[in-house]
Design a protein around this ligand. Structure first.
Ligand SMILES: Cc1ncc(COP(=O)(O)O)c(C=O)c1O
Length: 392
């Protein structure tokens, strides 16, 4: 077919739709929108007139006209998340988790200009770190939390010593390779005045449904997130504030979101975002619980099939993720490619002990999408057998 004609473009889209909907999707940062499930299917919640519009500013204080329905929905979404988390402020305008992080990290005061966060090999995200947003864009100096005996967690005593020594403006918890809870309470207890940002991008669906730690109750001041990983909403971002009685963070973060960073905030996703929250609260109330129990079952099944599943001594996982050391099988890239040839999609991932990020020795598997589609523990036990047939 000639390219790029409109028919060719449509054909690529239809091939993508057919391919990825027939695959076993295990990318831990992805999901489908819950409003795509046959039971809740409502394309108008995402494909709607809002996608053609602008609504710069805040609801009912916009810079353009024509926004009365955008205002109505955005206020409802803000209030919904505020109520859910007993929060003083919620911002649904960031168009992704990274954008939410940029807004927050750049809004914080600069006294020492130092930030302490998780390193990339221990699961931290590029937006928190030196090679990405935090230093490259925002110009802050980054120090990393030391890992504990379980290398997928932070050593709390050493972290306290590091914070005492570096006196950071704020610390960031939350990870991309995220198996166990973060020591939010421990650090808050040790430093009650320290600003804690918790990036819930990966675990937001689990936090939302109360099956993982509750960072804002444990002492975090600010939670940022994506809305499309374990939380099965449209791709987007979110900022939620608590412990901000004086409104200090709210004022500076709000201004960073607009006019600091955004102009258009992709209004068409707001209905699908609010609908996802409502569906999780009313219809799929056990979704997050099923996610975590499926992840544990999958980890155990892979272990029983002979795979080097990480954190075996610590119960494998408390989240949607399972991490496997596949160095003996040729490394993460080789294994992920082999799985893709067999219709299973996952990603290679560095492990805490990898010397370089160039040849990751692990793979990261997320069970949230298949769980949303109805997979049970038995399906994951079968999948573990398939992994063995393909890889060992
Ligand atoms: C911990 C963490 N924060 C932020 C992000 C960025 O989120 P987004 O892709 O929504 O910009 C990711 C992406 O996977 C992430 O893992």
């Amino acid at each position: 077919m000639d390219k790029p004609t409109v028919d060719w473009i449509k054909d690529v889209v239809s091939r993508q739709n057919e391919w990825r909907s027939s695959c076993v999707n295990l990318i831990a940062s992805e999901n489908i929108m819950v409003t795509e499930l046959p039971k809740f299917e409502s394309p108008e919640l995402y494909y709607n007139d809002f996608m053609h519009r602008y609504a710069e500013g805040e609801p009912y204080k916009r810079y353009y006209n024509g926004t009365k329905y955008a205002d109505e929905l955005e206020v409802e979404a803000i209030e919904y998340f505020k109520k859910k988390f007993d929060a003083s402020y919620a911002d649904v305008r960031p168009i992704s988790g990274a954008v939410a992080n940029i807004a927050v990290f750049s809004a914080m005061p600069r006294i020492t200009n130092i930030v302490v966060t998780n390193s990339l090999p221990s699961g931290g995200h590029i937006t928190h770190n030196k090679m990405g947003t935090m230093t490259r864009l925002i110009g802050r100096n980054v120090y990393n939390f030391p890992t504990g005996e379980n290398p997928f967690t932070t050593d709390v005593d050493k972290a306290i010593k590091l914070i005492r020594k570096m006196n950071p403006d704020f610390v960031v918890f939350g990870k991309s390779m995220f198996l166990f809870r973060e020591p939010v309470k421990e650090i808050h207890d040790a430093f009650p005045d320290l600003t804690i940002v918790y990036d819930a991008a990966h675990v937001f669906g689990l936090v939302y449904q109360g099956v993982f730690q509750q960072p804002l109750k444990e002492g975090a001041n600010i939670m940022t997130s994506s809305t499309h990983k374990t939380f099965p909403g449209p791709q987007g971002g979110l900022i939620i504030l608590k412990n901000d009685e004086l409104g200090i963070y709210e004022k500076s973060i709000k201004t960073q979101v607009f006019p600091g960073i955004l102009s258009n905030h992709h209004l068409h996703r707001i209905p699908a975002l609010l609908a996802a929250a409502v569906i999780l609260d009313t219809e799929l109330t056990d979704y997050a619980k099923r996610v975590v129990s499926n992840a544990k079952a999958f980890a155990e099944a892979l272990y029983n099939e002979g795979f080097d599943v990480c954190a075996a001594d610590y119960g494998f996982t408390e989240t949607h993720q399972v991490v496997v050391d596949v160095s003996k099988l040729g490394g993460g890239a080789k294994v992920a490619n082999e799985l893709e040839k067999n219709g299973i999609i996952c990603n290679k991932n560095s492990l805490p002990w990898d010397k370089s990020v160039v040849k990751p020795s692990g793979i990261r598997l997320g069970v949230q999408e298949m769980t949303l589609k109805g997979w049970t523990k038995d399906d994951f036990i079968e999948l573990a057998k398939k992994f063995k047939n393909i890889l060992i």
